[in-house]
Design a protein around this ligand. Structure first.
Ligand code: SF4
Ligand code: SF4
Ligand code: FES
Length: 323
């Protein structure tokens, strides 16, 4: 089968912007996108830059954008892509600077992994006592939720909608890694609390918009967004409720519990408190919403049957683990 491959090319030494080049290749059944790219490099254009190593979906180095979605080239079937899209387009990962063609600069990715302290730490009073930090009261009691399966491919970061607008966001891979250490029972409570205190800051756990793209593209089923939700729950359970994100969640839940519905008119007060200066900053948004009829009466009575919703909240507090 002779197929066309559209590959994004960029050479920083001669190009001011990227361009797409077309290559034709005869491919057999079972050919992966990585196989095809290696052949294009060997048979058509030796200057094509790409990164790969294991060719077995283990090392994470061949992640790229294939037909608009982040995938590992070594486990993506050319035939399936062709059948689904009628073409095979290949581009470097988004949200990371391109070095050349399909290779991206992973420095910021690794920096963010380092920033979440991806190792067991001691409580301050145990500093210098690695024996205490490492001892596990019950080795079988730690649940890492498949986070250990991460191969650091950065596909989730490339797909992340927050990364697109905020490069400072810690990101799905790093936060999933943080969750792995938070779940580790060998780390003392004080150290976990310190972890959460750092993670709840700006660009941390509350910046995620829960778009789910990181879950969809992850080749190892790590489910980073679920890890972020676990981190948020842990932060709230630890009493870390002062940040805007935490106040948004708790205020939202409180309004629904009391009135049976969300009241957008009261949310600024829940998030910002009675801080006139800060409330003034959201006034233009509030006025724009009011003009479009999006601001309900702040003094509206609870909806009929709100007592039953309060019962649901009460039941969820009695059985926090129930689905
Ligand atoms: S769910 Fe959160 S972390 Fe995952 S891609 Fe969306 S914004 Fe990024
Ligand atoms: S969480 Fe998944 S997508 Fe993100 S770096 Fe790890 S393996 Fe890749
Ligand atoms: S080459 Fe290692 S994951 Fe694809």
């Amino acid at each position: 089968m002779r197929l066309a491959f559209l590959i994004q090319r960029f050479n920083p030494e001669v190009d001011s912007h990227s361009s797409t080049r077309r290559y034709h290749l005869d491919v057999g059944r079972g050919t992966t996108v990585l196989d095809a790219l290696i052949r294009i490099k060997n048979e058509h254009d030796g200057s094509l830059a790409l990164r790969y190593s294991c060719r077995s979906a283990i090392c994470g180095s061949c992640a790229m954008e294939i037909n608009g979605s982040e995938k590992l080239a070594c486990r993506t079937s050319v035939r399936r892509e062709w059948e689904r899209h009628g073409m095979v387009t290949v581009a470097p990962l988004r949200n990371l600077p391109v070095i050349k063609d399909l290779t991206v600069d992973m420095s910021s990715f690794w920096g963010k992994i380092r920033d979440v302290t991806p190792w067991l730490t001691s409580a301050p009073q145990n500093a210098g006592r690695p024996d205490i930090a490492q001892r596990s009261p019950s080795p079988a009691s730690s649940h890492f939720h498949n986070v250990d399966a991460c191969i650091m491919c950065a596909a989730c970061v490339a797909a992340c909608t927050v990364h697109e607008v905020s490069k400072e966001f810690a990101g799905p891979a790093a936060l999933a890694k943080a969750d792995r250490f938070l779940e580790d029972h060998r780390e003392p409570i004080e150290a976990k609390r310190h972890r959460l205190t750092v993670l709840e800051q700006e660009h941390g756990i509350w910046d995620c918009t829960r778009c789910n793209f990181c879950v969809e593209v992850c080749p190892k089923d790590v489910k980073p967004m679920e890890a972020i939700i676990r981190l948020r729950r842990s932060a709230l359970a630890a009493g870390l409720t002062a940040t805007g994100g935490a106040r948004h969640i708790t205020g939202f839940a409180e309004l629904v519990r009391r009135h049976g519905r969300l009241n957008e008119a009261l949310m600024p007060l829940k998030i910002l408190g009675f801080n006139l200066r800060r409330l003034f900053t959201v006034l233009p948004l509030g006025l724009a919403m009011a003009r479009k009829g999006k601001v309900p009466n702040p003094f509206a009575a609870a909806i009929p049957g709100a007592a039953r919703i309060r019962d649901i909240f009460a039941a969820s507090r009695r059985h926090p683990g129930a689905p």
